[in-house]
Design a protein around this ligand. Structure first.
Ligand code: CP
Length: 491
């Protein structure tokens, strides 16, 4: 894999290979002796503070024989002068970064950059070193290495997660990676305000609780801190959930002598989600876990360096639009008249039919905001009140002399399941229905921290994948990976 962005892209084979390669690097890491010098450079950019990830990417780059650069973007880069992330990344690529290991406060930043690198024909591989509250892929891999080495297996484990599971990118990535292994059972302990969104673990056996007692019988307990910055300035909400759990001697007794405690670190010294009295306890393996960061990142850098050619991202699911009928426009109009449905026909253009009453004006305004329509064309949205009172009132839109691209038809269908698109040209009418929306490239991500709301270029390229096609459809932002209803995205 060239760009390592999200655990949702992981496959079992790739993860197993990375674990094996990481483990193979432990001896060299402990020796501190670099491999032979290589010409490539690794650029490490930290848009949020870091001790482990930054330090271990630098150490890993040195040990695999590369040069490295370090940019603390909060103070040192022109991002603070308002430069777009993609524009900065093109500079780092142009300055010779073969690998850009980048942490951004903005979610989806790494995926956006990886796509930008390929579009601009740069050879630079992007490794996501943490993007806001979304993903932390290198941490998930080093966590898997730790579990494999300490437990001897990655399957048939009962794994507890404790703390802030909602905003913890390490939890998101690790749970998604664990999904690849059979026999994993999750115990998710948090206060309700910061519980893990269900879609991360849908289909996996899971117990959800706010009681630390639920962790009894776990093989591993993965603890996370509550992070103030993820609460968007809502101090009251933050204070309500911090400091509720602290792993100490009692917890170790509860989980038993075989169980292990992990934490991605840092531990909050005030909240003490792991009490300092047990930091050195042999069941608390946090230092070993952090140590695995270097060999794991050595394997990741090598992986990126061995895949520097052009890369094609897997295609997002496309809309499936089917022609359900075609024939004479005149005959179709006569059928409508026989059924007492009266409306003004058009000779050429699109009629969007089967919109619920009251939706016409909204759909029309969304289309107008996204399609450059023929300026002379009439674009009417109207209620159709049938003469037969047993038939429901519905809205239709008539777009004279305009035909909609598939992306816009998919957008309309995302908003209104069951909509019919009629295209009239040269006396023929073609009726189309959208079988599957696939993905849409319109709308606005409601997540203020998404790259598409924070980068002057990314804002022009929203993408949402339909992850639930029933009822009010659920859309997942392709970049920040958060999920929303169609109405939230297409307001
Ligand atoms: N685990 C982790 O990401 O630590 P840092 O924030 O110190 O890099």
């Amino acid at each position: 894999m060239k760009h390592v962005i999200s655990a949702s892209d992981f496959t079992l084979g790739w993860v197993l290979e990375m674990i094996e390669r990481s483990t193979g690097h432990i001896e060299r890491f402990r020796s501190g002796i670099p491999m032979g010098h290589r010409s490539e450079k690794v650029t490490v950019v930290m848009g949020e503070a870091s001790t482990r990830t930054a330090g271990s990417f630098k150490a890993a780059a040195r040990l695999v024989g590369c040069d490295w650069d370090f940019v603390a973007s909060s103070g040192e880069s022109s991002l603070t002068k308002g430069e777009a992330l993609g524009a900065s990344a093109r500079m780092w690529a142009g300055q010779g970064a073969a690998v850009l290991a980048i942490r951004t406060a903005i979610e989806g930043g790494s995926r956006w950059l990886a796509e930008a690198m390929e579009m601009g024909s740069y050879r630079t591989a992007i490794i996501n070193a943490g993007d806001g509250a979304n993903q932390h892929v290198s941490q998930a891999l080093l966590d898997l290495v730790t579990i494999k080495l300490k437990k001897g297996r990655l399957e048939n484990l009962r794994i507890g997660f404790l703390g802030d599971l909602r905003f913890s990118r390490t939890v998101h990535s690790l749970v998604q990676a664990l999904r690849l292994f059979p026999g994993i059972e999750l115990v998710l302990v948090s206060s309700p305000q910061v519980k893990l969104s269900e879609w991360y673990y849908n289909g996996m056996p899971a117990t959800v609780s706010d009681s630390i007692e639920a962790l009894a019988g776990c093989d591993i307990v993965y603890v996370t801190r509550v992070q103030e910055k993820r609460f968007g300035g809502d101090r009251v909400a933050y204070e309500r959930v911090r400091g509720l759990y602290s792993v100490g001697e009692d917890t170790l007794r509860l989980i038993g002598p075989e169980a292990l405690i992990m934490h991605p670190l840092p531990i909050n010294s005030t909240d003490r989600e792991i009490d300092p009295s047990v930091w050195m306890h042999p069941q608390v393996i946090i230092d070993f876990q952090a140590e695995m960061g270097v060999p794991t990142r050595m394997a990741l850098i090598e992986e990126a360096l061995s895949n520097t050619g052009p890369f094609s991202f897997p295609e997002l699911p496309k809309p499936v639009i089917k022609v359900v009928s075609s024939g004479s426009a005149e005959e179709a109009l006569n059928r409508k008249r026989r059924n007492n449905i009266i409306f003004t026909p058009i000779d050429c253009g699109t009629v969007i039919d089967h919109l619920p009453a009251g939706m016409g004006a909204k759909v029309r305004s969304i289309i107008r905001s996204r399609v450059k329509l023929d300026p002379g064309a009439k674009v009417l949205a109207e209620d159709l009140v049938p003469l037969d009172p047993s038939r429901p009132v519905k809205d239709i839109i008539r777009l004279e002399n305009n035909f909609l691209p598939d992306a816009i038809i998919a957008m309309v269908a995302a908003l209104v399941p069951g909509v019919t698109i009629n295209e009239i040209r040269d006396g023929e009418i073609t009726k189309k229905k959208v079988e599957s929306v696939g993905h849409i490239t319109v709308g606005r991500c409601p997540n203020p921290d998404c790259i598409t709301n924070n980068d002057v270029q990314a804002v022009r390229f929203p993408k949402f994948v339909v992850v639930s096609d029933s009822g009010d459809r659920t859309l997942q932002c392709h970049y920040c990976e958060r999920r929303f209803s169609t109405h939230e995205v297409l307001q």
